[in-house]
Design a protein around this ligand. Structure first.
Ligand code: S3P
Ligand code: PEP
Length: 432
C-alpha cells in the first residue's frame, strides 16, 4: 500500500465490532446452553480463528455472509467434543490464551498452534498458573511457547497473584475456574480490560471484582457454576480501531471526523485521556450503555498537540494503541515519554522496536527504552518504507503517519490489517 500527504479529512466513520468482545461472544456462547446471537461481530482474521477453533470443538456457528449476525449454538459447559486436528489459532494471542483455560477443563486431549509470530509469544504466563490449578498443559517444543498440548485433569481453585496486568492471563484462569472444584481468583497489578468479568456475569457466571483501597491492584473472583445461558449481544465498535481515525483527525491539517459507535469502557479508553492531555480537540457525543458496555461517538478536530508522559496504571487501558499514540507524539511539540509498557515487547512483534525503527525511518527523533520510548516530537516526517513485520497495528499506525509525511510512504505487507480491521483502507477512502 502506498500513501501520501493529505489535508482535510472530513466526515464520519463507523467502527467495526470490538475484537476482544467478539472473541469472548464466540467462546462464552459455545460453552453456554442455548443460542447466542451476536450483532456487529468483527470479521477480523483473529476472531475468525476463534470461530474455526470452536467449530473444530463441535460447535455449530452460523454466520451471515457479511458477519453482521453470528449465531452460536452453545452446548453447555460440558458439551465440547474432542478436536480431530490441531486447533489453528492463527495470529491471535487472545484465542490461544483464553481457549487454553477452557481446554484445560475438558475430558479430552487437544493441541493448538498458530503462525510464526504467535508461536513465539510467551505462554508460560498461562502454563504456570494453569499448572498450579492442576492442569496438564505443556509447550510441545519446551520453549514456553505454542504449540501447546493439553490433556484432561481435575482443576482446583487457586488464588493467583499475576505479575502482569494481562486480560488474557486473567481471562484464561477465570475460564479454567469455571471447571475447578473451588473458587479461583486472580489479582493483577492494575486493572486490565474487564470484558470477561462483565460478559461472564451476563452469561450467568458467579463472578465478581474487588479493588484494594489505596492501591491499583484489582482482583476478579469466580466460582464454578452449573451452567451459562446464551445471550443476545451487540458488539460495540472497537476503540483500538477507532484510535487510527481519532489520531488522523487530530494530526491531519484541516480535519474534522466523527468516529461513531466507539466502546469507551474505562478499562479500554486510556487513549481518550492521552489525547486530552496532549491538547487534542476531542469530545464524546451521544454517550450510552448497551449490554453493560459504555459507548459514544467521538468527535475530533485538527489540534496543536504537545508532548506528555504516559505511565503506570493507564498503560493496560491503551496498550494496543501505543503505536498510533507514538505517531501522534511524533507530530506533537515537545517530548513524550512512554514507560511501564514492557508488555509491548511480547505482542505480534516487539512493538517497542517496530514502532521506534519505523519512526526513525521517517525522520523522527525517538529513543527506545527497556519499557517504552522517548519521542522528541515536532520534526517533519518524511515518506519511507514501513516494515510492518506482519503486525496489523504497525501497518495501521504508520498509514496514519504517512498522511502527514512528505513524499510517499510504502506500507509493506499492509494486508495484515485483516487481523483486526479488514475494512480499514475502505473506511479511509470515505474521508477523502
Ligand atoms: O484480552 C484481550 O482481548 C486482549 C488483551 C490484551 O493482551 P494482554 O492480555 O496480553 O495484555 C490486548 O493486547 C489484546 O489485543 C487483546
Ligand atoms: C496484541 C493483540 O492481539 P492478540 O494478543 O490477541 O494477538 C493486538 O490486537 O494488538
Amino acid at each position: 500500500m502506498e500513501l501520501c500527504n493529505i489535508t482535510g479529512l472530513k466526515g464520519k466513520v463507523t467502527i467495526p465490532g470490538d475484537k476482544s468482545i467478539s472473541h469472548r461472544c464466540i467462546m462464552f456462547g459455545s460453552i453456554a446452553n442455548g443460542t447466542t446471537q451476536i450483532h456487529n461481530f468483527l470479521s477480523g482474521a483473529d476472531c475468525l480463528a476463534t470461530i474455526r477453533c470452536f467449530r473444530e470443538l463441535g460447535i455449530e456457528i452460523e454466520v451471515e455472509s457479511d458477519y453482521s449476525s453470528v449465531i452460536v449454538h452453545g452446548k453447555g459447559l460440558h458439551g465440547l467434543s474432542a478436536p480431530e486436528k490441531i486447533l489453528d489459532v492463527g495470529n491471535s494471542g487472545t484465542t490461544t490464551r483464553l481457549i487454553s483455560g477452557i481446554l484445560a477443563g475438558q475430558p479430552f486431549d487437544s493441541k493448538l498452534s498458530g503462525d510464526e509470530s504467535l508461536n513465539s509469544r510467551p505462554m508460560k504466563r498461562i502454563i504456570e498458573p494453569l499448572t498450579q490449578m492442576g492442569a496438564h498443559i505443556s509447550s510441545i517444543l519446551r520453549n514456553g511457547c505454542a504449540p501447546l498440548y493439553i490433556t484432561p485433569a481435575q482443576l482446583h481453585g487457586i488464588h493467583y497473584d499475576s505479575p502482569v496486568a494481562s486480560a488474557q492471563v486473567k481471562s484464561c484462569l477465570l475460564l479454567a475456574g469455571l471447571y475447578a472444584d473451588g473458587e479461583t481468583s486472580v489479582t493483577e497489578p492494575s486493572l486490565s480490560r474487564n470484558h470477561t468479568e462483565l460478559m461472564l456475569k451476563e452469561f450467568g457466571a458467579d463472578i465478581r471484582s474487588t479493588f484494594e483501597i489505596g492501591s491499583s491492584k484489582a482482583t476478579a473472583i469466580i466460582r464454578p457454576c452449573e451452567e451459562l445461558y446464551g445471550q443476545e449481544i451487540t458488539v460495540p465498535g472497537d476503540i483500538s480501531s477507532a484510535a487510527y481515525f481519532i489520531a488522523a483527525g487530530l494530526i491531519v491539517p484541516d480535519s474534522e471526523i466523527l468516529v461513531e459507535n466507539v466502546g469507551i469502557n474505562p478499562t479500554r479508553a486510556g487513549i481518550l485521556r492521552v489525547c486530552e492531555d496532549m491538547g487534542g480537540d476531542i469530545s464524546l457525543l451521544n454517550e450510552r450503555t448497551e449490554g453493560g458496555e459504555r459507548i459514544a461517538d467521538v468527535l475530533v478536530r485538527t489540534s496543536r498537540l504537545h508532548g506528555t508522559t504516559i505511565e503506570g496504571d493507564i498503560i493496560p487501558t491503551l496498550i494496543d494503541e501505543i503505536p498510533v499514540i507514538a505517531v501522534m507524539a511524533a507530530m506533537a511539540e515537545g517530548t513524550t515519554i512512554i514507560k511501564d509498557a514492557a508488555e509491548l515487547k511480547v505482542k505480534e512483534t516487539d512493538r517497542i522496536e517496530t514502532v521506534t525503527d519505523n519512526l526513525k525511518a521517517m525522520g523522527c527523533d525517538v529513543t527506545p527504552t527497556e519499557d517504552g520510548m522517548i519521542i522528541n516530537g515536532g520534526r517533519p516526517l518524511h515518506g519511507a518504507s514501513i516494515h510492518t513485520l506482519l503486525d496489523h497495528r504497525i501497518a495501521m499506525a504508520f498509514s496514519i503517519a504517512a498522511l502527514v509525511a512528505d513524499g510517499t510512504t510504502k506500507i509493506l505487507d499492509s494486508k495484515c490489517v485483516d487481523v483486526s480491521y479488514p475494512t480499514f483502507y475502505d473506511t479511509f477512502e470515505q474521508l477523502l
